[in-house]
Design a binder for this molecule. Structure first.
Ligand code: FSO
Ligand code: SF4
Length: 518
């Protein structure tokens, strides 16, 4: 096996025996085979119109290969068989030799891998929009274009061109998901979320899929079962059509890398709708349920239902069987706070745009930071907590994705009636952040790069890769990135990114803040 797609890759170079994520060599090789088969499908479909099934297979296969999503060799094998059968309908084509996916000229491998990993990330977003009935032909067709391109020779310039084109397509895709989520559940509104867990049966839901949460809320209504979000599901509390359910009570736990501790002997089931699943420990293995493309051997999987409705009875029965805590649990976030406010997506922030603009003009707000991205287990990630703690009182912190659990229970005050930390949502809500930045640049009649705004990002897996490519494609410069740089950036590629986009590796909060505000 060889895999270097995420930030926790062994030695910062690559996992070669077993993944630091727990993925074994058999699964890893099967995922490479699946990648090679989807390149074959893209080749076979070239010049023809793909079926809906082909489109779904493209998205599902790429999503399946994302870090911490699928650990089940049988499920990956099934997908390979399905892709091969679909490919045959278009007259077939050679698959890419899967053992050569990560070999060749270092810079070409780097560029090719960056495109593939970006496509994997985008597939997750496209899939969430797709289950809500939203597809965009440009996004869907780019999966074929991108996968076909992966199997071809290109110059460095051509690869960079493809990456920038992809970045703009991913912007469309995040916009599509934003439209799907807000269309189905309304625009998020600021919502304080408690970290306390009430007594009685409960279910924890994690991942990004709001439709799974909605169906579970419907199926548990009136059953005396409370629902708690976890990780990337926290922003669900801000959506009017989800927050209206009285039994959507609060948030359990923090970011994904703490799950093996937080789920220890938990008296309720946990539903994983996307990533980030870690190999479950024996003391809670029987309460973990997966759905959609998430899979792990021996765990109960909730299949896609007839006419789009899943049957969550096994999860519900488990919640009733386990019965929950016998008394209220006064849990808190990492810094001891018992409330995590979310719901500051684009509609809310742009709704108070005049206040924000006046505050900038009067000097009350000196700078905006977007401190966002994924969380992870490395100790260097304390940088982000310390960075937020050290930001001056006249600055605002926008945040998104699961990295925020390092500071989203802190109360660092307000400016002009607005909290200094504003949670815009999941990683895909980077779309909201981009809309806000564009609106501010219009209001101040300047380029986004001239705004008093700095992006301080943390990355872990491939969704962060597609978002980074979107930001670069938009011409956003001076992004700080950490905790370490991707292993799949070769020194030459990194040089290009640093020279062209001023991409800056994080150093210390003190030094970076001084450089940014200096
Ligand atoms: Fe986190 Fe995991 Fe959104 Fe990622 S839960 S790390 S970028 O999958 O998805 O932020
Ligand atoms: Fe290693 Fe990350 Fe790949 Fe898992 S996903 S095998 S940890 S590089």
């Amino acid at each position: 096996m060889f895999c270097f797609q995420c930030e926790q890759t062994v030695g910062g170079k690559g996992c070669t025996k077993v993944g630091a994520c727990g993925k074994n060599a058999v699964v890893s090789n099967k995922q490479d085979e699946l990648t090679a088969a989807t390149i074959g499908l893209a080749r076979a479909v070239d010049g023809k119109t793909p079926s809906k099934n082909a489109d779904e297979l493209m998205m599902k296969s790429l999503f399946t290969e994302v870090t911490n999503v699928n650990f089940d060799e049988n499920r990956v094998e099934e997908l390979i068989v399905e892709v091969e059968a679909e490919k045959a309908l278009y007259g077939g084509a050679e698959n890419y030799p899967w053992t050569e996916l990560w070999t060749g000229n270092e810079d070409i491998v780097s560029l090719r891998s960056t495109l593939l990993l970006g496509l994997r990330g985008m597939a997750a977003y496209a899939y969430h929009a797709h289950v809500l009935g939203k597809d965009d032909p440009e996004v869907t067709s780019w999966f074929y274009k991108g996968m076909k391109a992966l199997g071809e020779e290109h110059s460095v310039e051509e690869w960079l061109g493809l990456l920038m084109e992809f970045g703009m397509v991913n912007l469309k895709c995040m916009g599509l998901l934003d439209e799907a989520n807000t269309g189905a559940y309304g625009h998020p509104v600021p919502t304080p979320v408690t970290t306390k867990i009430e007594s009685g049966p409960f279910i924890v839901v994690t991942g990004h899929d709001l439709l799974d949460l909605k169906q579970l809320l419907d199926q548990t209504e009136g059953k005396g079962i409370n629902i708690y979000t976890h990780g990337e599901m926290l922003p669900a509390h801000g959506y009017p059509e989800l927050k209206k359910y009285a039994h959507l009570k609060g948030n359990f736990g923090t970011a994904w890398q703490n799950q093996q501790k937080e789920f220890e002997n938990i008296p309720g089931p946990v539903l994983f709708t996307t990533n980030c699943l870690m190999p479950p420990k024996n003391n809670y293995k029987d309460r973990i349920f997966t759905t959609a493309v998430v899979a792990y051997p021996e765990l109960v999987h909730i299949p896609d239902g007839e006419s789009g409705v899943k049957d969550f009875s096994p999860v519900i029965d488990k919640a009733l069987e386990l019965g929950g805590f016998s008394e209220i649990q006064n849990l808190t976030g990492i810094n001891g706070g018992d409330t995590m406010t979310t719901g500051f997506a684009r509609n809310t922030v742009l709704g108070v745009a005049d206040t924000v603009i006046d505050a900038v003009k009067s000097g009350a707000i000196k700078h905006f930071f977007l401190v966002g991205g994924c969380d992870g287990a490395k100790p260097g990630r304390n940088y982000y907590t310390e960075f937020v703690e050290q930001t001056p009182k006249d600055t605002v912190i926008l945040t998104l994705a699961c990295g925020k659990f390092r500071f989203n229970d802190m109360n660092i005050g307000e400016i002009g009636g607005l909290p200094r930390i504003m949670d815009m949502g999941q990683c895909n809500d980077a779309y909201s952040a981009i809309q806000v930045a564009v609106a501010l640049s219009q209001a101040f009649e300047c380029e986004v790069n001239e705004l008093p705004l700095t992006l301080v990002l943390s990355w872990y897996e491939q969704k962060a890769v597609c978002i980074l490519l979107t930001l670069l494609a938009l011409g956003i410069k001076n992004i700080y990135i950490g905790p370490t740089l991707p292993a799949f950036f070769s020194p030459t590629v990194l040089n290009v990114l640093v020279e062209k986009f001023d991409l800056t590796p994080i150093s210390t909060p003190e030094a970076d803040l001084a450089a940014i505000l200096g």
